[in-house]
Design a protein around this ligand. Structure first.
Ligand code: UDP
Length: 331
């Protein structure tokens, strides 16, 4: 039986597909390629190009393939864009989940692992953030993902579809063999932007604000390697099969790094100057976001391999420095 990876051509989804293939699983990818890259999909996975909001497209996959579980990454994920185009997020993210759960119900698929986010917590009440802390998102992206978590909980009660929601903190890095990596258009995330400055593709890094309530005044975030994240999804699939119950886990390293610390680490790793300036704050950035990730460690048995941001950045640099045009598939 196969695992269906929705959004398997995207940054995190493609690393998940690679890890599943390495583990000997049969993998089916569904992706509309709106932000993903065909070249990012492991050639051993079977690819269906289409939109998960299209019920006929999902039916074709579930009729053709023997799917035992779904891993769902197919969503938009840029916070500032969600502020200016909220309905785009509710349509694709929240709406996509409706069609996917309906199809899973009708085809008797029992398990889904879902890519959720720290953005569902909004302004944190405690640090580090625990899974039981209240979820009050402050942007449409976070709300669209929280609605998806709630939809899965009700679909569990009504139809017995079991889910694991994995709430990611800041995901970075690339496959250590350098085959796949992070390529968004436009790029908004800190690590790939720093990589682009190191490559000379951007003149400088703008650090958004240095007057936050943190040790050096710049935002503190919790970085987790994309391959460690993929491993957590594999453990979540096993958790569903072993326990047949729903649950939610934070995925982070439990350690915070400031934007200035990330810049310094990247200078050390790349040996490049990486010019930077302090710019205005970006709306909606909380001072610090650090995960309590002991639940994933104790319940799932998750053991992240990367505990040093230098090593995370080194894998990102390997991809960026060997792929100066990314996947080179944009017009
Ligand atoms: N950031 C920055 N300059 C950039 C991009 C990001 O200073 O060009 C900061 C951003 O304000 C935040 C941190 O880097 O404090 C991480 O941002 P990112 O967009 O990578 O992830 P987020 O925390 O929003 O999920």
């Amino acid at each position: 039986m196969a695992i269906l990876v929705c959004g398997g051509a995207g940054y995190i989804g493609s690393h998940m597909v690679k890890r599943l293939v390495e583990n000997g699983e049969d993998v089916v990818v569904a992706d509309n390629l709106s932000t993903g890259h065909k070249k990012a999909i492991d050639p051993q996975a079977k690819f269906y190009q289409g939109d998960i909001r299209d019920r006929a497209f999902l039916d074709r996959i579930f009729l053709n393939e023997d799917i035992k579980a779904v891993v769902h990454f197919a969503a938009f994920s840029i916070v500032p864009e969600s502020m200016s185009e909220p309905l785009k997020y509710f349509d694709n993210n929240t709406g996509g989940m409706i069609t996917l759960l309906e199809a899973m119900r009708d085809f008797g698929i029992k398990y889904i692992v879902f890519s959720s986010t720290a953005a569902t917590y909004g302004i944190p009440e405690h640090m580090p953030i625990k899974e039981t802390d209240s979820q009050k998102p402050i942007n449409p992206y976070g709300l669209s993902k929280l609605m998806m978590e709630h939809m899965m909980a009700w679909a569990d009660k009504a139809y017995g579809i079991k889910f694991v929601a994995l709430r990611y903190f800041n995901v970075a890095g690339a496959a250590p063999d350098g085959t796949i990596g992070e390529d968004h258009g436009p790029e908004t995330h800190l690590v790939p932007i720093i990589m682009q400055v190191a490559q000379g593709k951007r003149p400088e890094l703008s650090i958004f604000g240095d007057d936050y309530n943190t040790p050096d005044g710049t935002n503190v975030r919790d970085y987790v390697h994309v391959m460690d994240l993929a491993d957590a999804h594999i453990l979540a699939l096993k958790y569903l099969e072993d326990n047949n119950q729903s649950n939610a886990f934070n995925l982070g390293s439990s350690t915070g790094f400031s934007n200035k610390q990330m810049l310094e680490a990247a200078r050390e790793v790349t040996g490049k100057e990486i010019p930077a300036k302090i710019a205005a704050r970006r709306p909606g950035d909380p001072d610090s976001l650090i995960a309590a990730s002991d639940k994933a460690r104790s319940v799932l048995g998750w053991k992240p391999q990367y505990d040093d941001v230098h090593d995370i950045i080194a894998t990102a640099w390997k991809w960026h420095s060997t792929h100066p045009k990314g996947y080179d598939d944009r017009n």
